[in-house]
Design a protein around this ligand. Structure first.
Ligand code: BG6
Length: 494
């Protein structure tokens, strides 16, 4: 084929919002790691698009300095940095101006490419306008992939609107909706753990599991994002996406294979079976909280209403805990307790599956309360899995006293894996390969919103306000009562 003087590329990756926060903190460092690992093809090109007027040399220098700041762990390898920078070019565009897109068309016309990947690292309000202009310049083809970030809407109605806009230009198989939790190593390991070990799958139901906890704690506050966060709150920011995705992976039935749709079909079934929280009992089943001034890692930190740009009339929650139930055969009667918040004592995400005690107990009665197994899946930090088992305490004088101890698998120690890849590395790699299984399908987003909408409607109707908790604590006291009412407590690492 005559390509004239065109550059040839297997894939072209167009990044809208190339100088924004997400690109700076996550996307370029992830592309660097892919480059460093030898996973970016030599003939892959990355075209940055942003408003700022600058030439390609300046853009490359910008990215170089961002890599120095945001690549974690070892300093970036100079050779890999140069190889990545050589793949970059830049076009300055005002995304709202139709005529500006001619510049992008010209840049793309200069390349003979096979795959085109459009990454919208922009506010969702721009998705429709960007898609329309791109379609007008003829770059949206059947094999074009588009990657979009959360939040997909603010509620079910607005998410439908965004999804409808995308659907005007792209088929569902072309749309990659990011939930970065799905790119985390341990989250993917849930699939291997559950479906490659018959040991677990045969025990994975209401006959053997008494309850499940999903805890996603952050020690950071809202990090200068008051404007965004106050309109969202912890439920929309974290539960609608990350926590419900974790719930789906824990609760779903085995998919028939590992294809994107088999997995997503099973996740949607969980979301559809998630019982709405009845409004009349909501004050017993749900707690909203908001951090007040407190101490984190020995330093005094401001309360939510004292953060920069805060409006003291805000009613937004920075913490939410609730008890959920899944109305299906597998999970009948098993409570799922979910808890997430900002300015908690540490950054810690873990899932704890509590198994029922043995059917007939024969040991000392005073030890009965410790006699059950727990599977702890730690997503971050120190990714790993640990199974709490009961053994006999050693020693002649101990008789048949029981002892709880972990069978432990810490991923970096056990597999000497060195660094565990960041979620965005995995996700960008999957987009480049055209594999959708770690991305969220439209019906998942919409089912999750419907469930959250009923919750929000309930708390608005009942006037459930966020309760204060000091920064550095595990949330309002009522979150402890929420689980204590069922004779249980939140898991604490010893
Ligand atoms: C984002 C939320 O999706 O996830 C942030 O918008 C939150 O508020 C972040 O801090 C947490 O991600 P991670 O990977 O640090 O647990």
């Amino acid at each position: 084929m005559d390509t004239g003087s065109k550059r040839e590329a297997n894939s072209v990756f167009v990044m809208f919002g190339a100088l924004g926060d997400l690109a700076r903190r996550k996307l370029f460092p992830a592309l660097y790691q892919l480059q460093h690992a030898g996973l970016l093809e030599d003939n892959c090109l990355i075209l940055g698009v942003s408003l700022e007027d600058m030439d390609e040399e300046k853009f490359r220098e910008e990215i170089r300095s961002r890599l120095d700041t945001f690549v974690k762990g070892e300093a970036p390898n100079p050779d890999s940095v140069e190889k990545l920078l050589a793949k970059l070019s830049y076009v300055a565009i005002d995304l709202a101006q139709a005529e500006d897109y001619a510049k992008l068309a010209t840049a793309l016309q200069g390349i003979q490419y096979q795959d085109l990947i459009l990454y919208y690292a922009t506010p969702p309000a721009l998705y429709a306008v960007i898609s329309e202009h791109l379609s007008n310049i003829g770059v949206v083809k059947d094999n074009t992939r588009v990657v979009v970030e959360k939040p997909i809407g603010h509620d079910y109605a607005s998410s439908t609107q965004i999804n409808n806009h995308l659907a005007q230009f792209f088929r569902e198989s072309q749309i990659y909706r990011i939930d970065h939790y799905l790119g985390k190593e341990t989250v993917q390991n849930l699939i291997a753990l559950r479906f490659a070990n018959s040991l677990f799958e045969s025990q994975w139901d209401h006959n053997h599991i008494s309850h499940v906890e999903i805890n996603v704690a952050e020690s950071v506050g809202i990090e200068g994002r008051w404007g965004y966060f106050d309109k969202a709150g912890q439920l929309r920011d974290m539960v609608q996406n990350h926590l419900l995705q974790l719930l789906c992976l824990i609760a779903m039935d085995p998919p028939s294979d590992l294809s994107a749709d088999s997995i997503r079909d099973e996740k949607v079934k969980v979301l559809k079976a998630l019982k709405p929280i009845p409004h009349e009992h909501m004050d017993l089943l749900l707690v909203r909280g908001r951090y007040a001034r407190g101490i984190i890692e020995g330093k005094v930190v401001p309360g939510y209403l004292e953060e920069e740009g805060a409006n003291e009339l805000s009613q937004t929650e920075t913490f939410v805990a609730f008890k959920a139930e899944i109305a299906n055969w597998r999970w009948a009667g098993v409570p799922f307790y979910l808890r997430t918040g900002k300015r908690l004592p540490e950054k810690l995400s873990q899932i704890i599956v509590h198994f029922k005690p043995a059917a007939h107990y024969i040991f000392d009665p005073d030890q009965k309360r410790i006699a059950h197994n727990k599977l702890m899946i730690r997503l971050q930090p120190d990714e790993g899995i640990s199974l709490q088992v009961l053994t006999k305490d050693q020693g002649l004088d101990k008789g048949m006293r029981l002892r709880q101890g972990p069978l432990q698998l810490n991923f970096s120690q056990a597999f000497q894996a060195g660094r565990i890849p960041d979620a965005y590395e995995r996700l960008l790699w999957e987009v480049l390969k055209g594999n959708q299984y770690l991305f969220v399908r439209r019906d998942e987003v919409e089912c999750a919103w419907k469930w959250c909408d009923q919750l929000i409607a309930g708390w608005e109707k009942l006037g459930i306000q966020p309760k204060k908790y000091p920064a550095g604590s595990w949330g309002p006291a009522s979150a402890i009562t929420l689980i204590a009412r069922d004779g249980l407590s939140w898991h604490e690492d010893l």
